[in-house]
Ligand binder design. Structure first.
Ligand code: PMP
Length: 286
């Protein structure tokens, strides 16, 4: 099916949608993005994604081209025009097309390029992988130092995904100074007894929207949350491990670098967190 995408105020069939070759998103990865899930035709944690979009833009001295209400209307239109029941909406905002290529930012009044598109994923929340868990490998974190900004500069995460594929596993966990930062496109956690351990927020990791919700639900469910660094060795020795992201939700991790975590099967805590997360977020979806 031909998708209807959004480009700078227009809803177009995907093959008619164009962006300039001088766009700074294309030339310099000078842009930010957001990925928001849709379940039962409704947006999951839209407000969280809107807040992070605003923060990413402001950290790069870009003006937010829309109010939250305008964004919501555009998102809903993309969902409706593509009849998305379960899937994802991708939003990209770049610094636009200044004409001549130049490292310096163009004047702030240059209109940004705004693109939204959908990916249809029927049964997104019923992923069979949630029953068996992911296997991951560790790789050095060689990304830039402002990972808290959700930029479209995704080459190293792509390389790390390819390393995972080559190793016949599901993903890679990044390691810096001996400590896990996060996954290629997700936040990383371990579980020890009743305690969930995950790296604290800083410039080192993306401030996951799913992370914020899951940590809130974990506290409400009387689990302890400890925000601190952990190593691969500590993770391999944990009771359970998992990742979170807007598209994978809460996904168990059962093996790291060939070593089984706990029994090597999906434990009890992570599926419970996944269920709470999905239940609560479906209720709050808009
Ligand atoms: N870390 C990285 C590097 C990511 O790319 C993502 C997903 N975009 C996440 C964490 C998870 O963030 P969220 O829960 O907002 O999808």
């Amino acid at each position: 099916m031909t998708r209807t995408v959004y480009v700078n105020g227009h809803y177009l069939p995907e093959h008619e949608a164009t962006v300039s070759i001088f766009d700074r998103g294309f030339l310099m990865a000078d842009g930010v993005y957001e990925v928001t899930s849709v379940l039962d035709g409704k947006l999951i944690d839209f407000d969280g994604h809107c807040v992070r979009l605003g923060r990413s833009l402001s950290e790069l001295d870009m003006t937010n081209p829309h109010t939250d209400a305008e964004w919501l209307a555009i998102f809903r239109e993309v969902v409706a025009r593509n009849s998305i029941v379960d899937g994802m909406i991708y939003l990209q905002v770049t610094r636009g097309n200044p004409g001549d290529r130049d490292f310096a930012y163009p004047p702030a009044d240059l209109p940004p390029t705004v693109v939204l598109f959908s990916q249809n994923k029927p049964g997104l929340a019923d992923s069979p992988a949630a029953k068996t868990g992911w296997k991951v490998i560790s790789v050095p974190d060689m990304r830039w130092g402002r990972r808290d900004i959700k930029t479209t500069q995704l080459l190293y995460p792509s390389m790390a995904k390819m390393m995972a594929k080559a190793a016949h596993v599901d993903d890679s966990w990044f390691v810096e100074d001996g400590m896990v930062t996060e996954g290629t496109s997700n936040n990383a956690y371990i579980v020890k007894g009743n305690r969930i351990i995950t790296r604290a927020l800083s410039h080192d990791i993306l401030h996951g929207i799913t992370r914020a919700a899951v940590l809130r639900f974990a506290s409400e469910a009387q689990m302890e949350v400890e925000e601190r660094n952990f190593s691969i060795a500590e993770a391999q020795d944990a009771d359970e491990a998992f990742i979170t992201s807007a598209s994978a939700f809460v996904m168990p991790v059962v093996e790291i670098d060939g070593k089984a975590i706990g029994t090597g099967a999906v434990g009890k805590t992570v599926p419970r967190l996944r269920e709470i997360y999905l239940d609560e977020m479906r209720k709050a979806a808009i």
